[in-house]
Ligand binder design. Sequence first.
Ligand code: RUB
Length: 324
Amino acid sequence: RGHDVAPAVETTADEIAAMEIRGAATIADAAAEALAIQAERSDADRPDAFERQLRAAAKTLYETRPTAVSLPNALRYVLAGMDGETVAELRASIVDRAEEFRRDLDRAQSKLGSVGANRLRDGDVVMTHCHSTDALACLEAAVEDGIEIEAIVKETRPRLQGHITAGQLREWGVPVTVIVDGAARRYLDRADHVLVGADSIAADGSVINKIGTSGLAVLARERGVPVTVAAQTIKLHPDTMTGHTVEIERRDEREVLDEEARAAITDGVDGTDDGLTAENPAFDVTPPRYVDAIVTEHGQFPPETIVTLMRELFGETVDEPWER
Ligand code: RUB
């Protein structure tokens, strides 16, 4: 890590890596805030030193988790607004730009919420996976419109983000049934919608979201239940337009198999058991044919058409400002 990076930025980076700050939109918001803090606390006395510090801070934040493209999109957006001849001007430009980004993030979420709510009817039962603030914005807007909904919430192993979703929905008065992930197919009989968020959306309309989303989408198709992905446009992954794939984060296997569970399994095995491993990919890829609609702040799109919006918003190519 760059030695000029403010301790508060290092703390944010650590919190993102440890998932104390998590979820694609929340990570983007925290990253923009961290760049503003870096700008405010910078001790640089020359513009070039200030710019170098900002890029080092962005790189530190970028290297925390690889899958949610909202993180590099946020960093890129804020750094692209860096402008001025003096350190004071540069500082002000970053602080303003970060504020603008965070305001737009909120606005986009509430806009897409009302688009998503239009897909719901009185009495609908919605199945969710993980915890997505974009997906919840749709349900919140529906509740505010007086639409009576119920939720079936998948607990989402191994980190149980479903519990966060359940808590939020109960605060809004929505009846919630929590199920284990393996019960999804059985309970799809009762569901009218599957509603999930996204960490990234690729140019072909593939949706990258919490592990288990793709299986859920396939089951929903088999059951004839429509799948809605709520994703504001900072989830669009511009590098996929030029053939790059989205990196799927692999987390510590102890999230799946902790020391105690491992000891219980290997009880009776001589010595340390190298033949026992666990795998812990945090996300998976849902092909576009299993997704009915991607709901954004610009309206809803069939997944196959999302590349048009991507090109409009990002142009053909993007650079990584911290690698200049
Ligand atoms: C979170 C997750 C969420 C998306 C969208 O994974 O997969 O569905 O990030 O969330 P993790 P939001 O818990 O590993 O970060 O709509 O809030 O951006």
